[in-house]
Design a protein around this ligand. Structure first.
Ligand code: FES
Length: 150
């Protein structure tokens, strides 16, 4: 079945099983491998993308559910001013250690700043609670979000 959607501002059509997770459509059908597979069970946040502006777990989102939606992935994150500020803050504060979870971290941070430009610590904790980091970069992530918020 052909599923139409917009990914990072570009209209795409994917001929696939509508039950296939968005994560694997991005990685396998669209060759966009920035979105990572961590747990595959909605528990780690590594696969976070935006669906119509809201953060979503791509491993838990069937492609058929998001037909007609606008998807933003890490490859498109820097298209917005907030995304550029986040990218600059992540580099300046040397946030990643192994880096595997960071695409998901950045997409959750970007969704937060898009909705709440000046987040409190509690806002940051609530928005980022679902994104796990085995290297425990949480302190630098919070600092980078604050820097990006200005
Ligand atoms: Fe989707 Fe872990 S891979 S939440």
């Amino acid at each position: 079945m052909a599923v139409e959607l917009t990914v990072n501002g570009r209209k795409r059509s994917v001929d696939t099983d509508p039950a296939k997770p968005l994560l694997w459509v991005l990685r396998e059908d669209l060759d966009m491998v920035g979105t990572k597979f961590g747990c595959g069970a909605g528990l780690c946040g590594a696969c976070t993308v935006h669906v119509d502006g809201a953060p979503a777990r791509a491993c838990q989102t069937a492609i058929g559910e998001v037909a007609g939606s606008a998807i933003t992935t890490i490859e498109g994150a820097a298209a917005s001013p907030a995304g550029q500020r986040i990218a600059a803050a992540w580099v300046a504060q040397d946030v990643p250690q192994c880096g595997y979870c960071q695409a998901g971290q950045i997409m959750s941070a970007l969704a937060l700043l898009n909705q709440t430009p000046k987040p409190t610590d509690a806002d940051i904790d609530a928005a980022m609670a679902g994104n796990l980091c085995r290297c425990s970069t949480y302190v630098r992530i919070r600092s980078a979000i604050k820097a990006a918020a200005g």
